[in-house]
Design a protein around this ligand. Sequence first.
Ligand code: DNO
Length: 399
Amino acid sequence: MQETWRWFGPNDPISLQSIRQAGATGIVTSLHHIPTGEAWPLADVLERKQLIEDAGLNWAVVESIPLHNDLKTRTGNYRQLLENYLTSIRNVGLAGIKAVCYNFMPVVDWTRTNLSYTLPNASQALRFEMTDFAAYDVYLLERPGAENDYEPALLERARTRFEAMSETERDLLEKNIIAGLPGGEGSYDREGVRRAIAEFIALGTNGMRESLLHFLRAVVPVAEEVGVRLCIHPDDPPFSLFGLPRVVSTAEDARIILSSVPSPSNGLTLCAGSFGARADNDLIAIAREFGERIYFVHLRNIRRESDGSFYESDHLDGDNDMVGLISALLDEEARRTREGRADPIAMRPDHGHLMGDEIGKPGVNPGYSYTGRLKGLAELRGVTHALTALRRSAGNPAS
Ligand code: DNO
């Protein structure tokens, strides 16, 4: 696997040099200065690529070229938005970058309710708490019909929680949920999010899936032409929020997406923390079934709770079998090697705890601290090395 690291561009407080010191060789980044929906000019892609290469790294994956909402709902000037997307893919391909991650989540990208959940050792993790989410949805956003989407006991807990919250806590909860997390493309105010939710609810699950397949049928042929592999990122979390349709949450969703447009350019990002937030998603089975089309993995662990809540645990210490998953990914790479292919899977340590002297430091992107990810990367690297050595000593270097 190629070790990569997400970098938010020249404004990221973490320098390319620090990333290199962490041992990663690949960069995962986006042109964050280009508004969602606009075409990426070739000159901008090349300039960013040069900057990365000057630091002794390579631009391994674009994460993401975000899709404008109108492209997901096929409304407004979506035809122009699609043309712009095709231009971006062509330019990324012309620049020699091989993988593009994107998502098809409705309204908001990844969602958490608490960005500083304090662990027993006083480091801080990201958390999604169902009670808080329901409190926001039902009592602050006042989404019509929201109360029908939650069990009565949960609703009761949410009401009690909401009543106990101060104005500042309510504001912070709202900001965490709708103002956009790092790398996420949606940022709304309360009225804006209400409108966007209504639009996507009207589209429904079938409409969403149709839109995604329509998008893929248009984009995949162009990606093939220029040697780019698209890797769809699963829904995070992988279940409905705000009553919205979700189409990238389960193995069955992935099966539909990959089989409907059967091309090597139509691939998957295996985000362990996203798929893994559902107990009925078997990560290892997903890695084995779709291995051939997995080009990018986000390695992250979580601890699940029975009501859908979870927090991000240490990379090797959660409900996901990280060692088993890495082993399945190494099997896939061995298969590629036997076929004469030289395309390792790009992995990045996804998120990390806020710890040490980064706690309280301004400008650290939630989930994207240096030390927390460094720790995660080192642990994952250790697992990979140990598994590889064991395979070698068993006399089977390529399996
Ligand atoms: C969160 C990220 C997501 C991801 C996008 C891909 O940490 O994994 O924001 O980049 O959903 O389009």
